[in-house]
Design a binder for this molecule. Structure first.
Ligand code: NAD
Ligand code: LMR
Length: 341
């Protein structure tokens, strides 16, 4: 999936840096929740990413089996599976940790309805990461992302090891959906219709900036309203179609692997890797919103540069008005959970 484009994307300089020492050759990636609906296909996709040299698969159920299966794929990386009591071993020496652990939605639920179960799962995993792999880059998939990312940040802060450059909420599925749905309307290839999606990852907090896209800016009226709704509530479409069997897993695994690959390219020295992600951000900090998704340049230290939003249309200004108060509430809920833990 990534081999040709990722290899081509490496400059001679970054390739030299990547292969210059034993230490830099080791790009160990852990998946926490590897036995789940997202975790399994995500592990498979990461096995096919040439920038991953070692995969560490952990779950409270089934990770050794997934690891044995995935390890037969004929790519160079090694794969190890870890059972429930082996979390510290799974995290030993990891550079990147991807977290899809936690329960998914059923029809009729919001992402926030998952808070009570997933908040403590994510907090406990973050505590272990802070202890065993404090310099790892952490990619949070578990919902509600608007709250779980602040939970990880506050947990690491309590442990004295929070580095905002190394924490990412994975909002790539919104970006993938926006490109795909816009391409369908414009009669174009999704590669031609990249859309910046900002804000957070749930309903009204998802704000697609269609006016900044050559194809998107021409979409108006009812077609525009329906497209924005579909991007904001695409997750519900899948939850409904799966009819009680969970939420998006395959498209999420694709999106999670895509974001991980972007980060690994940035970490390896490639320049100009820019993608939306939910990070500790100054953009709306003056309004008490210190986590926000916008275009972020990824580099050797993780977050290299947080880009401003750029010009917004009148419709997008309205979407932002709906986004900000909800996002603020979600973030505060995550912080309060850790403060009272
Ligand atoms: P799933 O139930 O199929 O898998 C979750 C896995 O997590 C299970 O294998 C479970 O054993 C494991 N798990 C539970 N507690 C754990 C712990 N303490 N440590 C390690 N593993 C643990 O669910 P899924 O469909 O894979 O979804 C996982 C999460 O991802 C959900 O919260 C879902 O809402 C979220 N999600 C996020 C996005 C996004 O865009 N960010 C997209 C889709 C789903
Ligand atoms: C999604 O956007 O598909 C995920 O956040 C899962 C969900 O609950 O909708």
């Amino acid at each position: 999936m990534f081999s040709h484009s990722a290899a081509r994307a490496l400059t001679a300089q970054s390739r030299a840096r990547l292969f210059s020492s034993t230490a830099s050759r080791q790009t160990k990636v852990a998946v926490l929740g590897a036995g789940g609906g997202i975790g399994q296909p995500l592990s498979l996709l990461l096995k096919s990413d040439p920038l991953v040299t070692s995969l560490s698969l952990y779950d409270i159920r089934g990770a050794p089996g997934v690891a044995a299966d995935v390890s037969h794929v004929d790519t160079a990386s090694e794969v190890n599976g870890y059972a429930a009591d082996k979390l510290d071993e799974a995290l030993d020496g990891v550079k990147v940790v991807v977290i899809p652990a936690g329960v998914p939605r059923k029809p009729g639920m919001t992402r926030d309805d998952l808070f009570n179960t997933n908040a403590s799962i994510v907090r406990d995993l973050a505590t272990a990461i802070g202890r065993v792999a404090p310099t790892a880059h952490i990619l949070v998939i578990s919902n509600p992302v608007n709250s779980t990312v602040p939970i990880v940040a506050a947990t690491l802060e309590k442990a004295g090891v929070f580095d905002p450059k190394r924490l990412f909420g994975v909002t790539t599925l919104d970006v993938v959906r926006a490109a795909r749905f816009t391409a369908g309307i414009a009669g174009a290839h999704p590669n031609e219709t990249p859309i910046t999606v900002v804000g957070g990852h749930s309903g009204a907090t998802i704000v697609p900036l269609l006016s900044q896209s050559a194809y998107g800016k021409g979409i108006k009226g009812e077609v525009y309203e329906k497209l924005v709704y579909r991007i904001q509530f695409g997750g519900d479409e899948v939850v409904k179609a799966k009819d009680g069997a969970g939420s998006a897993t395959l498209s999420m695994a694709y999106a999670g692997a895509k974001f991980t690959n972007s980060l690994l390219r940035g970490l390896s020295g490639e320049k100009g890797v820019v993608t939306p992600t939910f990070v500790y951000s100054p953009l709306y900090a003056s309004q008490g919103i210190d986590f926000f998704s916008s275009n972020v340049e990824l580099g050797v230290n993780g977050v290299e540069k947080i880009h401003p939003l750029g010009p917004l249309s009148a419709e997008e200004e309205k979407l932002m008005e709906a986004c900000l108060p909800e996002l603020k509430k979600n973030i505060e809920k995550g912080k309060a959970f850790v403060a009272s833990s």
